[in-house]
Design a protein around this ligand. Structure first.
Ligand code: ADP
Length: 759
């Protein structure tokens, strides 16, 4: 076998016996040293090949040999070619595996030729050296050269855990039987000339096998098998997978725990915030008012801390990914102002929004995240500024037909931040000055969250600040442009105290008596007609026997959940062919997006987050009233809410004119004229974005509409008047105005009909 090994080796190999006599030498070695036949060297002493007088080299080789049992030491040794030229050889020792003849060893060399004449040899030697080092240092690796009869021609590597009999000449004897069996089909492929790589299993052991075909001019097809036992790697991989899964599960458990805790804390907070709000409306002493204020502030602080922790948990567990949806910058900026208006006004601070890009253009991005970051930054600016003002600047950095890059800046004239604190303020729970938390409410999470959110949208937050002068936080984001339409749903929850809710019939479903009591107190004040149910089952009974405009439905109820109730109600509506769909608003303390999506899927129309304030609750009802009225006016005069019977309107007028025919006709004509003119004006103002013009026209129509008993249209006009009169820059709301125009048309048509009948 050893002879075959020598023959197959592409580089020179010389084998010595214990007396340093050459006993074997292969063809490349002869060629390398300039000899033509092995007979010229066989039986010769090593001295023949060493430079004259260099006996110390033999001592050196002997000392290498002493260590060859354990390791395979190697050293460059000068040799002499037959023509006298010096060549350097890399001498490496390998004791043959035969124990009873320990001094038999292989002197496997590789070397560097000094002189010339053997091109390409260097590279081959280097490759071989690499393979050898690899085979000898990876204990589980073995390389074998086999023929079609599974005869092993040579092998290198120790093959620990791979070979059963290292010395055997047949593959069948050398490897465990099962392994040969799985190797056989691969060998067939390799002998047809194709390399194969596979992972194999034998018992509990895993192997990586690579089979490479070789064509030998005399021997016919051969195959190099490289086999490695990779069981340990596989086990480690499996252990890693298990620990990864465990870590993910632990993380998920943490997130669920925090979400659940947040839910549990938010629910009673609803009662605290709600009742302290109700309490503050009653007659109180100064002291009591100040106590209520503390309760209110503290509960809001607690609420915002819980929200921050929840958002941070979501960010940490990778649940926060930037979404892409169409939005308008105007809506985001308006939301920032709406949320913070009370705060900056109560501190007498000036807040300005300077925006150079077109705010109406529809962009693709994550408006909720952008809004949250801007609210956090402006909120901080308000918090840390005593005098002066805050400016939110939005400027264009780059603009082309596909995308726009915007820079947002929040500048304040506040207390500023010390230079050595500038980096650490972005760390969780960090506040620039420890005394700050006592003076200003805050948890030190806002900036951490903002930084993460901006990064998730592809930007980076920067801060510049001068202590005592003010700070500027800025970031840049790029948004794609789109021709997509904005989604129609607008679930903003601005409460309009002027809007009527007393005509509404509401079914309120909640198992929590405290929450129900709170809502009852609010509904009584606003004369909302309401029915209360304390379970899903009761809600379904009430629904089937009553007629409601809106259902406020708690999600977490024992027994039948809010989701079940909503699904059943939708089924009942379909089954009985009910024309109008009752609005269902989910009430929940759950703010996870995936859960909220579930509610919509179950057939709900909107979500009211707990804890809610009175204005949020009523705001939701008002929003849905208007949506509902829009639907009904399309259903041509079948509205229960609007009085459209011309006789009724006429009776109202006759009461005023006391039956005077001429006067009545005059009034009717005046109404029709005025109605048509104002309608035109509203349309023109809407086109010109003249909001004050809209408000004025609505005002001028209001009195006559009300006099003729079109109460709902009057309410609508009053709402438009208030909305557009108060703010100069208010966002246009074509939905509301278009709806009003349809209502005005319906009133005119109704009066025209009454006029004909009156004549
Ligand atoms: P919080 O405001 O809840 O304390 P943040 O993470 O939002 O937490 O802010 C961390 C700290 O950074 C604040 O406590 C404050 O020291 C500092 N800081 C943030 N914004 C401003 C600002 N506009 N002016 C001065 N200091 C600020």
């Amino acid at each position: 076998m050893k002879d075959r090994f020598l023959e197959i080796m592409p580089n020179p190999v010389i084998v010595y016996n214990s007396e340093w006599k050459i006993i074997k030498i292969n063809q490349p070695a002869l060629q390398f040293l300039g000899y033509s036949s092995p007979d010229e060297l066989l039986g010769e002493s090593i001295q023949t090949l060493l430079p004259a007088g260099k006996t110390d080299l033999v001592d050196e080789l002997n000392s290498l040999l002493q260590r060859a049992h354990k390791i395979h030491p190697g050293k460059e040794i000068q040799h002499v070619r037959k023509d006298g030229a010096l060549v350097k050889l890399f001498a490496q020792f390998k004791i043959s595996g035969v124990e009873k003849d320990p001094l038999k060893f292989n002197f496997v060399e590789s070397g560097i030729i000094m002189g010339d004449g053997m091109e390409g040899h260097d590279q081959r030697l280097k490759e071989l050296k690499c393979w050898k080092v690899l085979a000898e240092n990876v204990p589980s690796l073995i390389m074998m050269l086999v023929d079609k009869n599974l005869h092993v021609h040579c092998s290198i590597g120790r093959g620990k855990n791979v070979v059963s009999d290292f010395e055997a000449e047949s593959l069948v004897e050398r490897l465990p039987g099962g392994l040969v069996k799985v190797l056989k089909p691969l060998l067939e492929i390799a002998f047809e000339g194709t390399s194969v790589s596979r992972e194999l299993m034998h018992g509990r052991e895993h192997y990586a096998a690579r089979l490479t075909p070789l064509k030998h001019p005399e021997e016919g097809p051969l195959c190099v098998i490289v086999l490695q036992n990779i069981t340990e790697t596989k086990l480690a991989e499996r252990r890693l997978k298990i620990s990864k899964k465990e870590a993910e599960e632990a993380n998920e458990a943490k997130s669920n725990f925090i979400a659940k805790m947040s839910h549990e804390i938010r629910t009673p907070l609803n009662a605290i915030i709600g009742f302290s709000e109700q309490l503050s409306k009653t007659r109180l002493t100064k002291k009591q008012t100040s106590f209520i204020e503390v309760v209110n502030n503290s509960s809001h602080h607690l609420l915002s801390t819980i929200d921050d922790i929840l958002v941070l948990t979501k960010i940490e567990s990778g649940q926060v990914e930037a979404t892409e949806e169409p939005f308008r910058l105007a809506d985001v900026l308006k939301a920032v102002n709406d949320v913070l208006e009370l705060r900056y006004k109560s501190k007498n601070l000036d807040f300005q929004i300077q925006c150079d890009p077109d705010q109406q253009e529809v962009l693709l991005g994550d408006p909720a995240k952008l809004r949250q970051v801007l609210i956090n930054l402006v909120n901080n600016a308000i918090k840390f500024t005593k005098k002066g003002g805050i400016t939110l600047i939005c400027s264009t950095q780059e603009n082309n037909p596909e995308r726009i890059s915007l820079r947002f800046m929040v500048k304040d004239t506040g207390i500023g931040i010390a230079p050595d604190e500038l980096e650490s303020i972005f760390k969780p729970f960090h506040q620039a000055d420890n005394s700050i938390s006592r003076r200003y409410f805050g948890s030190g999470l806002g900036l951490t969250i903002s930084k993460d959110l901006v990064e998730s949208m592809g930007g980076n937050i920067l801060v510049q600040s001068t202590l005592g002068k003010g700070s500027t936080f800025s970031f840049a984001l790029t948004f794609k442009k789109t021709t997509k339409q904005l989604p129609e749903r607008d679930y903003s929850c601005s409460f309009l105290p002027e809007a009527p809710v007393n005509h509404l019939r509401v079914l309120f479903v909640d198992d929590d008596p405290v929450n129900s009591l709170l809502v009852k107190v609010i509904f009584d004040q606003y004369k909302v007609k309401s029915v209360f149910a304390s379970s899903g089952e009761e809600a379904l009974n009430r629904f089937s026997s009553g007629d409601y405009n809106v259902i406020l439905l708690d999600i977490n109820m024992p027994g039948m959940s809010g989701i079940d109730v909503a699904q059943r109600i939708r089924k009942m509506e379909n089954k009985y062919g009910l024309k109008s769909r009752t609005r269902i608003i989910a009430m929940t303390a759950n703010i996870l997006r995936k859960h909220i999506e579930e509610y919509y899927k179950a057939g709900m129309d909107d979500v009211l987050l707990k804890p809610f304030k009175e204005e949020h609750l009523l705001g939701k009802l008002v929003n849905h009233t208007f949506e509902r009225m829009g639907e009904r006016s399309d259903m041509a005069h079948s509205s229960r809410l609007e009085k459209t019977d011309p006789d009724d309107n006429l009776n109202e007028l006759l009461k005023i004119t006391k039956g005077n025919k001429e006067f009545t006709l005059l009034m009717l004509d005046a109404f029709i004229d005025n109605g048509k003119t104002m309608k035109k004006k509203i349309k023109a103002s809407l086109k010109a974005r003249d909001y004050r013009g809209i408000a004025e026209s609505a005002h001028r129509l209001l009195a006559s509409v009300e006099q003729l008993g079109f109460r709902k249209t009057a309410d609508l006009l009053r709402l438009i008047e208030r909305r557009y009169m108060k703010k100069k820059n208010i966002e246009e709301d074509p939905q509301l105005i278009k709806h009003a125009i349809r209502e005005i048309d319906a009133c005119i048509a109704s009066i025209e009909k009454a006029r004909i009948e009156f004549l």
